[in-house]
Design a protein around this ligand. Structure first.
Ligand SMILES: [Zn+2]
Length: 255
């Protein structure tokens, strides 16, 4: 399998490139800005062959028009009800997308936005701004319940799959995770690894889904320690994991 390349954009976005070295082609995921993508493609003599869009936010789709101007009408895959005007191939839950040598399934994961989808297979998950390493996206358009169930859907995917998120938020997410679970050994270990990555100027992503189960408070709403912290914060008894999720997400919004 080709290596997936992070292309940095804006302050902390990652645009993911899927090169096929034998064919000198590449697909791109969530090009919020065209210029760093074009720069990478030209520098490595790659031709753009397709675009995947996880959701409509400008920092994930704002570069599509310029890329189409440069590379012609390559297919742009996005959710069937998405408002991104350049989408040419509309997909929904259960659809399959062939990107050169790789094949992805489509999962609908509303919450951050209502048009949010993931492209995934056994080894790779492109989850945009829904799941971050040690965190999750803000709930802008959907309900907290929708967002929580979208995270549960991602949780069902292959344990060994690498998680390609849209932003470099890992350290700040881990600081929050540490507040929620001060005695979680995995969080402490991950903070050391992430600090080293950042000191070396390397991305902290992709993460591995299995590791997220140990460190991500938003995926741990059934854990006793997480429930207890959320209850203390809410000054209330919480009986459902969806309630725990909402308390944690609202708490983190204020940090
Ligand atoms: Zn977003």
């Amino acid at each position: 399998m080709s290596h997936i390349i992070p292309v940095r954009a804006f302050k902390d976005n990652y645009i993911w490139l899927i090169p096929d070295e034998s064919l000198h082609t590449a697909w791109v995921v969530d090009p919020g800005d065209a210029s760093p993508v074009m720069h990478y493609l030209h520098e490595h003599h790659l031709t753009l062959t397709g675009i995947l869009i996880t959701h409509h936010h400008q920092d994930h789709s704002g570069g599509v028009a310029d890329l189409l101007n440069e590379w012609g009408n390559v297919p742009v895959y996005g959710f069937v009800k998405s408002q991104v005007p350049q989408i040419s191939h509309f997909v929904k839950e259960g659809d399959v997308v062939n990107c050169g040598e790789l094949t992805f399934n489509v999962a609908e994961i509303p919450g951050h936005t209502l048009d949010h989808i993931a492209f995934y297979n056994e080894k790779i998950i492109f989850c945009g701004d829904t799941l971050f390493s040690a965190g999750c996206g803000r709930v802008f358009e959907g309900t907290y319940e929708q967002m929580y169930h979208s995270l549960l859907k991602l949780l069902q995917m292959s344990d060994s799959a690498k998680v390609y998120c849209g932003h470099e938020y890992t350290l700040q997410n881990l600081r929050f995770a540490e507040q929620v679970e001060p005695s979680n050994y995995f969080i402490q270990e991950k903070i050391k690894i992430v600090n080293q990555c950042l000191a070396d100027g390397k991305p902290t992503l992709p993460s591995v889904l299995h590791d997220e189960k140990n460190i991500n408070p938003f995926l741990r709403c059934n854990e006793k320690a997480v429930i207890q912290t959320a209850q203390r914060h809410a000054k209330n008894t919480l009986t459902k994991p969806e309630e725990v999720f909402k308390i944690l997400r609202e708490w983190k919004n204020q940090i």
